[in-house]
Design a protein around this ligand. Structure first.
Ligand code: ZN
Length: 1101
């Protein structure tokens, strides 16, 4: 050896190099890290080989018996354990799909494991499961397939004796029973699951901790930029740890962990890591997104809730930093009813401040399609459940996974006590990237909420290093505020956060404190506290006005037509029930307002508005369930109305009316008899409609072979080849249909979206448009008051349409419309059926009814460049823009509407009314109503069968106005004659005695939408067991009214009632009084609304 210390220098640095030293080759050393803790060829020689200190799976340690529940029954614990169990063992298979199997398990911990540090039962059959104690306590859920397969054995099991537990096995995975890797394919009904593992495992906790250390340090080495010292340090430490590890040597693991501290800091083994008082950027919140139905039926969801939330209660005991936010009052209610012991555990954790009920709504519902009042009830029922059962209302509306957000939601949130909104789904937009993370979202009326969209772009984050990192790198609002939420935890059957998630986050915090570069994640705050931190800066946040349109899943306005029809009908009928029952209960003290029934009906409607049910993106079993619910609901409502459909003479009939304005309509009495109902109030008298064969009020004539003219006092309709070639407005003296074009033309499109069949319709489908040609047209009805033409249309060998065009007598002062009906026999594959109306009206914007208002959207394809383009090279930008233009691709090529869509120019327009549809498009002057789709996943038979669909063409003078709004109401709630004989309920009698009841006079844009009894009225509230049983009752009787401005202008009017009103309060949606409104006369008060305001009033009687 040469080169000793240089005597002339004090430095110890040798003059001669002692040996060659090489540069670390980054890629090789990075790849090496994963092989240190991964399965594969080294698993018996790397860290994994030291994870377990012993395993016992002999029959002397684990004995198994099973009882197979019959069919698809999901019996309770008590019922299950009352049966005879048979012996079974690992290796046996259980099925088929959706069946349930109860296992009785006798556990005896062997001598050699009794003193080990940590014992777990590992159970895996690739299915979900629930661990039950011997005495019937639901303990903890299992996911299967290697995920959450462990249950920690209690200390008491170390006594050498035999201990009994039960496991309830559900024959489905966390995403149901899809046949292969593609989860949205319809479920395989005949899947069997093999019990792969049932063993007692002694875990080496120190090795497990090192595993997580290496995962995070490895991520830092892989994901930090190579031009950062933090990346190089991670790479070095990770490799040093691997060099230090010695297989079989526990001491070496301790040494490795000490080395890891240099990167992770000294505190990552406890929640105290979060106690460093430093600037926090990311707030971690545990969550478990449980779809109330989707790829499994409703009843399975009830079990998923219990499995998931029991997991969380258990995890909170071990990880005090875990804060868990969970939405959907309905799921809490299921838990309360079906799993009282888990419910008690949840309540205790709510009190302790770790389990946070959030969202304020009944379910995480769709917001495109529910009516305004349905949205109100989502909040009313949700908030009341939370307040009554858990002692608090939500401040944050929580809707991470819904497919677009209606324009009035901020207003409704504010009125339901919530000023914050969390969502995330817009990160799935497939054309424009949504430009903000934190912003003020503004409703049609100007109300605002602070909205946050977690920049990690998921509500089921795995709490990876990358998720924490992306919380800053993808944050789009850092000019105003750089903090964000990280919503982590496995959804659906995954059971929420796992111990791995919590361990990883502790280390991420450690990295941030020890070396930096990674944003500092914090645990222990609630979502509300996160928003509390944001709120002081809110006046600097960017604003977004109007709907949050989701640029994907546009097919959900159409898929599962029957569910949508049931939704519309149920909403309309519930409106009638509440209105009439209110009048009856005020008039007649002996009549009991059917609050319990109304609650049950609303809860069923609200449940079906869940974001995979009403949008049509669930499996067939869900729709079997929800259609049954819908049919039962309609039956119940008819019963509650006390309606008798029995035929009665004109004198013995009345028309039930709940629309708050003067009405004059034809009412069908029998095949040969028609009457005119006219007037205001709940029950309209019907008088004979005088027409004769000689002097008909509407005519029909075949003017040439296959060419027909239908005519009343206002409209002349020419039908040629089954389509409307002319619609002439005789009053305005103008043609409504574009010259040479055909209206009520059925068209069909190929409908194969990129992946999400039930969800998506993609822009390219427009290029496949084909007109359906009509067969023969015949006169199907020729009465003095109504005429109809029916045309048969062949779609394919399997599918056809019976299309009927009807014109009824025009009544003076009422705008006439052309009514269309389609009876569709639909058996197509991946086709989209629509009907078109090319009208002679020009505007660059069309209007669509939305919940409590109107949304305007362009009729053209102008746009600024989609934001994501700016990140591409100019040449690519040009190609993309050209491609999109060629396809006519702009984001709103298919939009949502409620009862009408309208295209108006100055002074004239056309509205298309419908009775059950939600999908629409207006391109140029062509209005197009979407009728039926035929996706094959996840429901293989979606929409197959017979459909009856109604719509109407309503031309009108002036621009869009109250004539359309009122016609759309009337079209959806046609007057119906009912027998007013003694067997009609007390309700009818009470109503007849009250000719006025309630009415609204003033600006015709004002709509009195809802009349109901006060939720807390003492004479109305059901028993204490209902959703709001613990809330205080209110003395006296009250009536709640909801009024909105439907057209976007200042609305002034007067409410007049026939009641002895003591006082009137403007209230919020939760019926808290806000301010007292002076009475102008007995039972009368004035209202004054800003454009698109939704106002509620509580009348104290
Ligand atoms: Zn979801």
């Amino acid at each position: 050896m040469g080169g000793g210390p240089d005597l002339r220098s004090k430095s110890s640095y040798p003059t001669l190099a002692p040996r060659p030293v090489g540069q670390m080759i980054s890629k090789i050393y990075k790849d090496r890290i994963r092989s240190f803790y991964s399965r594969g060829q080294y698993e018996k020689h790397n860290l994994l080989a030291m994870m377990h200190e012993g395993i016992a799976s002999e029959e002397s340690n684990i004995k198994l018996w099973v009882w197979d529940a019959p069919g698809q029954e999901r019996p309770t614990f008590d019922e299950a354990v009352s049966h005879e169990f048979r012996k079974t063992s690992v290796g046996h298979s259980f099925g088929p799909s959706w069946s349930t199997h109860w296992f009785k398990i006798a556990i005896t911990v062997p001598e050699n494991l009794r003193r080990k540090e940590h014992l777990e039962l590992h159970w895996d059959a690739d299915t979900e499961g629930m661990v039950w104690s011997k005495d019937g306590q639901a303990l903890q859920g299992l996911t299967g397939g290697g995920e959450r397969i462990e249950w920690i054995l209690p200390e008491s099991f170390r006594d050498g004796k035999e201990h009994i537990i039960y496991i309830e096995m559900a024959c489905n995975g966390m995403f149901g029973n899809s046949p292969g890797g593609d989860i949205i394919q319809p479920p395989d009904p005949d899947k069997y699951f093999t019990l792969k593992k049932a063993e007692i495992v002694a875990v080496n906790l120190e090795a497990r901790a090192l595993y997580i250390d290496m995962w995070i340090i490895g991520d830092a080495a892989r994901e930090f930029p190579e031009n950062s010292w933090e990346q190089h340090k991670a790479l070095k430490i990770a490799n040093d740890i691997i060099d230090t590890f010695k297989l079989g040597d526990k001491e070496s693991i301790t040494k490795c962990r000490r080395m890891a501290q240099e990167y992770l800091g000294p505190n990552v083994d406890s929640h105290r890591v979060y106690s460093s008082a430093k600037d926090v950027k990311v707030y971690g919140i545990g969550h478990c997104h449980i779809d109330s139905c989707w790829l499994w039926p409703w009843d399975e969801t009830k079990r998923k809730v219990a499995r998931s939330w029991s997991n969380q209660c258990d995890l909170m005991d071990r990880y005090p930093e875990l804060n868990f936010a969970c939405s959907q009052a309905q799921q809490y209610k299921w838990l309360k009813q079906l799993y009282p012991n888990v419910w008690d555990r949840v309540k205790a954790k709510v009190r302790a401040g770790q389990f946070h009920p959030i969202g304020g709504s009944w379910v995480e519902h769709d917001t495109n399609m529910p009516s305004g009042e349905s949205l109100v009830r989502q909040f009313l029922y949700g908030q009341r459940f939370f307040e009554s059962n858990l002692g608090r209302r939500s401040q944050t509306f929580w809707l991470p996974d819904t497919f677009g957000y209606a324009a009035q939601l901020p207003q409704l949130c504010r009125l339901a006590g919530m000023d914050r909104f969390l969502t995330q789904k817009l990160s799935w937009n497939n054309i424009n990237k949504f430009p903000h993370t934190t912003f003020n979202w503004v409703a049609l009326d100007g109300s605002q909420v602070v909205c946050h969209m977690p920049p990690s772009e998921t509500y089921t984050a795995e709490a990876h290093f990358g998720d924490v990192r992306r919380s800053v790198t993808q944050h789009k609002s850092m000019d105003q505020d750089a903090t964000s939420l990280l919503v982590f935890g496995k959804g659906d059957g995954g059971g929420g956060p796992t111990w791995q998630h919590l361990e990883k986050l502790r280390r991420c915090r450690g990295v941030a404190d020890q070396v930096g570069l990674l944003p500092r994640v914090h645990m222990g705050n609630t979502v509300d506290e996160f928003f509390d931190f944001l709120q002081p800066k809110a006046d600097t946040f960017v604003t977004w006005y109007g709907e949050l349109y989701f640029e994907l899943h546009r097919g959900t306005y159409t898929t599962q037509a029957k569910t949508k029809l049931n939704n519309r009908k149920s909403e309309a009928m519930l409106r009638d029930v509440e209105w009439l029952a209110t009048l009856a209960s005020i008039k007649n003290e002996s009549y009991k307002y059917p609050k319990a029934d109304i609650d049950a009906m609303w809860e069923a409607v609200l449940l079906c508005q869940f974001h995979d049910c009403l949008p049509g993106s669930s499996i067939e079993m869900v729709y079997d369930d929800s259609d049954k619910t819908g049919e039962r609901l309609l039956k119940d409502i008819r019963k509650a109305l006390g309606v008798s459909d029995r035929r009665a003479s004109l004198q013995d009939s009345v028309a039930i009316n709940t629309l708050p304005w003067h009405r004059k309509e034809l009412v069908h009495l029998s095949d040969n008899e028609v009457g005119v109902a006219c007037g205001e109030g709940p029950f309209l008298a019907i008088r004979p409609f005088k027409t004769t064969e000689e002097q008909p009020a509407v005519t029909i004539e075949e003017v040439r072979k296959g060419v027909f003219v239908l005519e009343n006092d206002q409209l002349r309709v020419k039908v040629e080849g089954g389509c409307i070639t002319s619609l002439y407005d005789r009053v305005a003296k103008r043609e409504v249909i574009e010259k040479g074009a055909k209206a009520n033309q059925y068209t069909i499109f190929d409908d194969k979206p990129l992946y999400w069949q039930a969800w998506d319709v993609e822009v390219y489908h427009l290029a496949t448009r084909q007109e359906l040609s009509c067969g023969e047209t015949t006169i199907s009805e020729k009465k003095p008051h109504r005429v109809s033409l029916t045309t048969t249309i062949k779609i394919s060998d399997a599918s056809s349409i019976k299309s009927t065009i009807t014109l009824a007598a025009a009544l003076k002062g009422v705008q006439s419309w052309v009514e269309c009906h389609a009876e569709v026999e639909w058996h197509e594959n991946m086709k989209f059926l629509k009907v078109e109306f090319p009208v002679d009206v020009r505007n660059t914007e069309a209007s669509y009814e939305t919940a409590f208002g109107i949304v305007k959207r362009p009729t053209h394809y102008n746009t600024s460049c989609p934001c994501f383009l700016f990140s591409l090279p100019p040449i690519i930008q040009a190609i993309v823009v050209l491609t999109f233009h060629a396809a006519g691709t702009w984001p709103k090529f298919e939009v949502c509407c409620h009862r009408f869509a309208d295209l108006s120019e100055h002074n004239y327009g056309v509205s298309i009314l419908n009775d059950s549809k939600y999908g629409f498009a207006t391109t140029g002057n062509v209005m197009r109503l979407s009728l039926l789709r035929a996706p094959k996943a996840p429901d293989a038979h979606a929409d197959m069968g017979t459909h009856h669909i109604r719509w109407a063409i309503l031309p009108h003078q002036q621009s869009l106005g109250h004539a359309t709004v009122r016609a759309a109401f009337a079209f959806n709630q046609p007057l119906k004659a009912v027998a007013s004989s003694p067997d009609v309920s007390a309700l009818v009698a009470a109503g007849r005695a009250s000719p006025i009841g309630i009415k609204l006079v003033g600006d015709p844009s004002l709509v009195l939408d809802t009349v109901k009894r006060g939720e807390d009225d003492e004479d109305v509230r059901p028993g204490d067991e209902d959703v709001s049983g613990n809330l205080p009752k209110r003395k006296g009787r009250s009536v709640v009214l909801r009024v909105y401005d439907s057209l976007g202008g200042r609305g002034r009017g007067t409410i007049k009632t026939a009641w002895d009103v003591r006082a009137v309060f403007k209230c919020n949606l939760l019926e808290d009084d806000l301010e007292e409104i002076p009475l102008r006369a007995k039972g009368e008060f004035d209202i004054d609304l800003r454009p698109f305001e939704v106002a509620s009033y509580r009348l104290a009687l």
